[in-house]
Design a protein around this ligand. Structure first.
Ligand SMILES: Nc1nc2c(c(=O)[nH]1)N[C@H]1C(S)=C(S)[C@@H](COP(=O)(O)OP(=O)(O)OC[C@H]3O[C@@H](n4cnc5c(=O)[nH]c(N)nc54)[C@H](O)[C@@H]3O)O[C@H]1N2
Ligand SMILES: Nc1nc2c(c(=O)[nH]1)N[C@H]1C(S)=C(S)[C@@H](COP(=O)(O)OP(=O)(O)OC[C@H]3O[C@@H](n4cnc5c(=O)[nH]c(N)nc54)[C@H](O)[C@@H]3O)O[C@H]1N2
Ligand code: SF4
Ligand SMILES: [Mo]
Length: 701
């Protein structure tokens, strides 16, 4: 039998690994390493290795579904799209909201925001970047003028010290973890700050076990030590930064003295001193961070604080240095670049700027684009839950808020308050189950396109298979709807390459990129403004992209999380991920190899906390917060700080987000997924501890 090898890019995380999808008789038969893939050089993590397994799962959506008499039933495309277009027509712009998808391609995302703005005329477009790195975008824009990773992944190998804070790199970005290992082999020192002793901690030379929600105190403490020992990069600070005096005044306060920082964070003083010394004396030092920094009510402050540390030590604009936020989803960088955010068009150009709006109206040949920025998804959910939103109708493409939003009881109430909900997905997600119309989409292997990884590398997705049943590419569905609403001309694309040409024309950073140039396996790093431009792996070499070209210090004070433990809820819950599963599990829980490793959730807690609650390892327990409760298995481990518990949020039958707090950062609107107060109780029943996570529970594979 003839095998076909189609080079494409992994649909899971933002690392951007390349592989060959092996096709046999029109079906995905496996994944083959692709040695020429620049990021992973033929290596893959477990999810990439099995990224073919969910494609032909029997649960794929193959026909549109329409709700009739309370039930979702199969319908023709004509019936479903006519119904959706007809409904959309009955709402005013401010009554509509769209969510786009960091799982979908740049082409799909570009068209989704164009559809929202140009056809529905609504400013309300957002996506999961809000829940993920919105604090990065705001914090790093203030510090450097740009919210992306400052350096490239390969560049990490040049680092002499790598400070990883709030990123479980080895589980969540495994092929970036590989670069950390390679750097360590070359002699780099690895420092790791996390409340849990994760697989990443095992690779570290120095582990800082901090309490969740104390990052600013830790970072200010490190900066005080660096300044007091005269190890700041004075030359760099004088030439390339401003507002240093204000920072100095703040971090030199008594409250950030080592003994006080040790008391706030739980990190021993000696470890603080060593970390400060390594970061300041190793040239260059790189900093990596992810959700442990961003997902807090002080997310923007946390991000600014990481930037302060690297400005202070002069580690920007140099190979092997930098502040490197690891973006999560395969195409979350791209979905932001494409303007799927309520305040910016493609290329981060402000919606509120009349000149830019006029330019977009000309480029798209449409009048009357919305004049003001729209709602973020966190604000929208809050208003909807309170029954106080103007929004009556939502179009959700490739997101599953009913498992990924904080405080799920509230999120459900919010979506139930809508008059009409359309969900476009590849599976019947928890959110799709609630929809009025479900539209079946093609997955990553079934359409052409591009996606942009965490290091701003634009790479190709290639069509290897036909979509199942009647499923269609996301962009084609959007174009059909636009046509029915009278915008056929503005949405008439021959293929994905034609959409990309328009992207390049209206997005300055992508101006020089084309499908032709992306045929090269290296792809291209934006900014790449012209056809002959080689792309930009390292940002801020000569100057920052701030108005005056200088890096900006921000004096930030440590503040406690919105909800802290008390006598009723004495433990601090933090949430996150496992290497084996992806977010709400729609794809990985339909992948046999991954499910055979782990197929339900658990709660990690410290032996002393377990003992005081009378809980033993493996026992079924109940975890309660002010908002909800879940039952799951206890994993008693020394690898978590006393007083802290951890639950992964992948599993619908014990959803961590029933517990989490919807409080959000005032600037970036990111929810505080990483801190809330809970208590643990023994469950009454005994003897059937295994049942809730045995095979076949939750979804069928
Ligand atoms: N296998 C897998 N990989 C993924 C994903 C997935 O679902 N599964 N999702 C992708 C996405 S979208 C994202 S955004 C990334 C997220 O990647 P990460 O941010 O690395 O993942 P998390 O598990 O959310 O959180 C990272 C670490 O933060 C720690 N932490 C918790 N609270 C705090 C705190 O207050 N301070 C500090 N310093 N640390 C804290 C947690 O213990 C955890 O180890 O992963 C991407 N990669
Ligand atoms: N407690 C807690 N909650 C969290 C977090 C946390 O750390 N803790 N992290 C937050 C973060 S960082 C993130 S990024 C969010 C993620 O939240 P979501 O984006 O809601 O989660 P996913 O499961 O990735 O949802 C993607 C959906 O897209 C569908 N899909 C996949 N491919 C395609 C495609 O090609 N086309 C279409 N139309 N659909 C497709 C999938 O089936 C799935 O339903 O979760 C957030 N929630
Ligand atoms: S590291 Fe990320 S991109 Fe690479 S194979 Fe794993 S999930 Fe895919
Ligand atoms: Mo994310």
């Amino acid at each position: 039998m003839k095998l076909e090898y189609v080079p494409t890019t992994c649909p899971y995380c933002g690392t951007g690994c390349g592989f060959n999808l092996v096709v046999k008789d029109g079906r995905a038969a496996g994944i083959e390493p692709w040695q020429r893939a620049p990021v992973n050089e033929g290596k893959l993590c477990q999810k990439g290795r099995y990224a073919h397994e969910f494609i032909h799962n029997k649960d794929r959506l193959v026909k549109p579904l329409v709700r009739k008499n309370g039930k979702l039933v199969e319908a023709s495309w004509e019936e479903a799209l006519t119904l959706v277009a007809g409904k959309f027509r009955t709402f005013r712009p401010e009554e509509l909201a769209c969510l786009s998808s960091a799982k979908a391609s740049n082409e799909d995302n570009y068209l989704m925001q164009k559809f929202a703005r140009a056809v529905l005329k609504t400013p309300n477009i957002d996506h999961c970047a809000r829940l993920c790195h919105s604090s990065t975008v705001a914090g790093l824009a203030a510090a450097f003028g740009s919210g992306a990773m400052t350096n490239s992944i390969a560049d990490l190998e040049e680092a002499k010290c790598i400070f990883i804070i709030g990123s479980n790199t080895f589980e969540q970005h495994p092929l970036i973890g590989r670069r950390v290992v390679l750097a360590r082999k070359k002699g780099a020192k690895i420092i790791y700050a996390d409340p849990r002793f994760t697989p990443t901690a095992k690779q570290a030379d120095l582990y800082l076990p901090l309490r969740p929600g104390t990052d600013v105190a830790l970072l200010n403490g490190l900066m005080q030590l660096i300044i007091k020992t005269g190890r700041e990069a004075s030359g760099f600070i004088a030439a390339r930064t401003r507002d240093f005096e204000a920072l100095k005044e703040t971090v030199l306060q008594e409250r950030y003295a080592p003994e006080n920082v040790a008391a706030i964070t739980g990190v021993p003083e000696e470890a603080l001193r060593t970390a400060a010394e390594w970061i300041a004396l190793s040239k260059p030092s790189a900093l990596l961070y992810s959700m442990g920094i961003t997902q807090h009510t002080v997310g923007v402050d946390n991000v600014k604080s990481t930037a302060n540390l690297m400005l202070l030590t002069g580690n920007l604009g140099v190979p092997g240095g930098g502040v490197n936020p690891l973006r999560g989803q395969n195409n979350v960088q791209g979905a932001c670049d494409m303007g799927c955010l309520p305040d910016v068009y493609p290329g981060y150009r402000k919606v509120a700027d009349p000149g830019i709006r006029k330019g977009m109206e000309e480029a798209w040949s449409v009048p009357d684009l919305p004049e003001k920025p729209g709602l973020s998804v966190t604000e929208l959910m809050e208003q909807l839950a309170e029954g106080a939103s103007q929004v009556r109708c939502m179009y959700v493409l490739g997101e599953n808020p009913l498992l990924s939003e904080p405080d799920l009881n509230r999120a459900k109430k919010a979506l139930e308050n809508l008059d009409f909900l359309v969900v476009q997905d590849i599976f019947l997600s928890e959110t799709a189950e609630l929809a009025d119309v479900v539209l079946p989409a093609a997955c990553y292997a079934e359409e052409d396109g591009t996606q942009t990884s965490t290091e701003r590398r634009v790479q190709r997705l290639r069509k290897a298979l036909e979509a199942p049943g009647e499923a269609r590419a996301d962009w084609q569905i959007i174009c059909e709807l636009a046509k029915l609403l009278g915008y056929g001309e503005q949405f008439s694309y021959l293929n994905e390459a034609a959409i990309f040409e328009e992207i390049a024309a209206v997005t300055p950073q992508y101006g020089g990129i084309s499908y032709e140039r992306l045929e090269h396996p290296e792809g291209l790093h934006w900014p790449c403004p012209e056809k002959t431009h080689p792309g930009t792996p390292i940002l801020h070499r000569e100057k920052f992209t701030t108005p005056d070209g200088l890096g900006v210090f921000s004096a930030v004070e440590w503040k406690a999380p919105a909800e802290v433990p008390d006598s009723e809820y004495p433990l601090l819950l933090t949430t996150g991920r496992s290497i084996w599963h992806w977010h709400t599990g729609t794809m990985t829980r339909r992948s046999e190899s991954l499910v055979s490793e782990i197929d339900s959730g658990w709660v990690e807690l410290h032996p002393e906390d377990a003992r005081s609650a009378g809980i033993v390892n493996g026992e079924q327990v109940k975890v309660l917060s002010r908002r909800g409760e879940v039952c799951l298995r206890a994993k008693v481990t020394e690898g978590i700080k006393k007083g802290v518990v951890f639950i992964p949020f992948h599993f619908r039958e014990c959803a961590a987000n029933l517990l989490t707090n919807s409080a959000f950062d005032p600037v970036s609107k990111i929810p505080e997924y990483k801190c809330c107060a809970v208590r643990i109780e023994k469950t009454r029943q005994t003897g059937n501890e295994k049942e809730p996570h045995g095979k076949g529970v939750g979804r069928n594979v």
